[in-house]
Ligand binder design. Structure first.
Ligand code: GAL
Length: 676
């Protein structure tokens, strides 16, 4: 087991955030004060340049880098490292005026006007050229500065563009995907339906709002293409930077389980995964523990993009945000808890948006470490400084990683295909929530599952849950079979194995591609229930699982029936099955039921996989990070009541005290124990 501190310069965890000194260049006093305050808050990194283009290059070809150099120098002299961003996330007005092709065309075919951000065309040759020029200059000027530790590419990639360049690239992309053979594409997309056959790739258009949106294969390829093209743009930027300073790692900040891009395809291009974390704390739908659990899931998604390596929490709000439906203040103590959660989940950084509140414009009321009042005498500043302090106390845990033997299979293509298919009930498909619900149920047992893709090597896991895996990538079925054969515990659900990567249905019974043999069942029909409809599953242990939304009708071939429907014309028919296959077990749950009801089944799988649950009080999270020197156990109390946990021995790092078996966590309190 190795330990790999992301940035050894910092001696542990990165603590910092987005810093926009270009907004304050006429206030040297404020810039000076920033340094003093950063040191006071235990800040060791600042992210510079995210949206600085119009100051770095105020007119085409006229570059002003002196101010940035002065800031990087000053920060470095004071022990603060720079995360240097490329400015491609927002364009100066001169650029759009000179090169309108940089502005996106939307689904209706309408070209955007200048303004906003995160809205450039990923294909525009001119935009790429302009980005390349400024990126190269930045890398040459600052890449070898000892203060620069990481490049941050653009900002939160997102969106799609329907301009002529993108349409052309899409056709080219399809031409390559389908081996230059339009008949291959016609077959894969089943275009004879409604007479949608193409004679050549030139006839294909992306799914314009008033155009072709009824070919599922086309819709899915457009999603894939958008990821591919965004990745291509990102690679253009990373390529420039790496050609100048290959030694500086690169990242791009992701956004939780964002629906627009398949992050798994982008992750290999990056040295470090980072993401922006903005939970809706204290909302009126859920408890704080629930909000925290949901966040833990998002952390796991990010961590698993490069399993076995720490990731970074690139942004988070020190207090409130300004874009949620209700911008509620983070209550005292919650900041500390949320920061510790990020670390517990495998982040090696706590970073904020933003260091200092801007005085005007869109985000003038978005929380920051330093408010308009301008002093350190604020609740938020004190809470941030407290985090700075505790990160030093737990620094020995930096570079360790989360290791788990359980995984949830979540697939972006599947997500898109499920959302797009004209089947089930349009309102209640809820693929993401279904996956998360199951992940959270394991999490309540102290199991922090990885979240992996269909083509992941499953060898390092002993337990895998693959809910609603409607679309099978080539090789997925075999991957699952091999996993079970060598002793894995697998659980799949209704709506598994209906279509292939092109969204063509499998013939000969679902689940297709050999999965019928693995599960020992055939799914003959699927019933969608109205919101008020209920069915039930009578389990062998006497319990009844409530069924809503979906119920598949199975023909059992050679599986053991563990539960049967209680109602309707399929009453008495199999709903939960298990087939012993090779050395392992393949479970099939044919209907939707709350993840909580399935707990006994999860516990049985864990027992067989020799994965041990933690005995946790309600609302307490358990996490583990390990390295060569041992294991760090994190307990987070996400409730307003004192909680006791037991079964732990070691040194608690936040207080420096010894723990012998039991531990009291005050309200919203946490403990980080280096296990004996
Ligand atoms: C992020 C973005 C930041 C800032 C922040 C506000 O999504 O990357 O630039 O806008 O949101 O919460």
């Amino acid at each position: 087991m190795e330990k790999n501190i992301l940035f050894p310069q910092t001696g542990g965890f990165v603590h910092g955030g987005d810093y926009n000194p270009e907004q304050w260049l006429d206030r040297p006093d404020i810039l000076e004060e920033d340094i003093r305050l950063m040191k006071k808050a235990g800040i060791n990194s600042a992210t510079l340049g995210v949206f600085s283009w119009s100051v770095l290059e105020p007119k085409e070809g006229e570059f002003h880098f002196e101010w940035l150099e002065a800031i990087i120098d000053r920060l470095y002299e004071n022990g603060i490292y720079t995360v240097l961003a490329t400015p491609s996330g927002a364009r100066p007005a001169w650029l759009d005026a000179a090169y309108p092709e940089a502005m996106r065309v939307d689904r209706r075919g309408m070209r955007a006007r200048h303004g906003g951000r995160h809205n450039h065309c990923m294909s525009s040759p001119k935009y790429r050229e302009k980005v390349e020029i400024i990126d190269r200059k930045l890398a040459k000027r600052f890449g070898s500065h000892p203060g620069v530790i990481l490049y941050h590419i653009s900002n939160e990639f997102s969106g799609e563009c329907f301009c002529p360049y993108c349409v052309k690239k899409f056709r080219q992309y399809l031409w390559e995907q389908y081996d230059h053979d339009i008949e291959k594409l016609n077959a894969a997309w089943w275009t004879t339906f409604w007479s949608h056959r193409y004679n050549s790739f030139d006839q294909i258009e992306p799914p314009f709002e008033n155009g072709e949106t009824s070919v599922m294969g086309l819709n899915l390829e457009w999603k894939r293409f958008t990821t591919w093209n965004t990745n291509d743009f990102m690679k253009h930027e990373t390529g420039v930077l790496r050609s100048v300073t290959p030694e500086i790692p690169v990242t791009a900040n992701f956004m939780r389980l964002f629906g627009g891009l398949d992050y798994r395809k982008m992750a290999p291009e990056l040295d470090v995964i980072s993401w922006d974390n903005y939970p809706e704390f204290h909302n009126d739908r859920e408890t704080l523990a629930e909000t925290m659990r949901e966040t833990a899931f998002q952390h796991s998604v990010m961590r698993s993009l490069k399993a076995g390596k720490p990731f970074m929490m690139m942004e988070s709000a020190p207090g409130l945000v300004n874009w949620q439906p209700v911008n509620k203040l983070k209550r005292p103590g919650i900041h500390r808890l949320a920061c510790l959660q990020a670390i517990a989940c495998g982040s090696d950084s706590v970073q904020y948006f933003q260091w200092r509140k801007s005085r005007g414009s869109f985000e003038q009321f978005h929380g920051a470490v330093v408010d308009h009042i301008g002093t350190d005498d604020t609740r938020i500043f004190r809470e941030v400084a407290e985090v700075g302090d505790l990160l030093k106390k737990i620094a020995p845990a930096a570079g360790t990683t989360v290791r788990t033997r359980a995984a949830l299979l979540f697939d972006w293509d599947n997500r898109w295909a499920v959302a797009d298919t004209k089947a089930l009930s349009q309102e209640s498909k809820r693929y993401e929530e279904t996956c998360r619900g199951i992940w959270e149920e394991f999490f309540k047992l102290g199991i922090d599952m990885d979240v992996v893709g269909s083509d992941e090597n499953l060898n390092r896991y002993d337990l895998v849950v693959a809910p609603m895996l409607f679309l099978l990538q080539p090789g997925t079925a075999q991957n699952l079979k091999t996993f079970v054969e060598r002793g894995g515990q697998l659980l799949a659900t209704y709506f598994t194995g209906y279509v292939n990567r092109d969204t063509l249905c499998y013939l000969g019974g679902f689940p297709g591609d050999g999965l019928k043999e693995l599960f020992g069942i055939v799914s003959e029909e699927i019933d969608s229930l109205y919101p008020g409809d209920r069915n039930g599953i009578q389990m062998a242990d006497g319990s009844i699982w409530e069924v809503r939304d979906y119920a598949e009708i199975l023909r059992v071939q050679d599986a053991e029936v563990l539960g049967s429907y209680t109602e309707d014309f399929y009453r008495g028919m199999a709903a939960v099955t298990c087939k012993h296959y090779g050395e392992g077990n393949a479970y099939y749950v044919a209907a939707r039921t709350d993840a909580g009801r399935m707990r006994p089944l999860f516990e049985k799988m864990m027992k067989d996989a020799r994965i041990f649950a933690q005995d946790l009080p309600e609302g307490v999270e358990y996490h583990e990070r390990s390295g060569d020197e041992g294991t760090y156990a994190f307990y987070l109390n996400c409730t307003a009541e004192e909680k006791a946990v037991s079964g732990i021995r070691g040194k608690e790092l936040l207080t420096g005290t010894r723990v012998d078996d039991s531990l009291i966590l005050p309200e919203y309190g946490a403990a980080v124990v280096k296990r004996d």
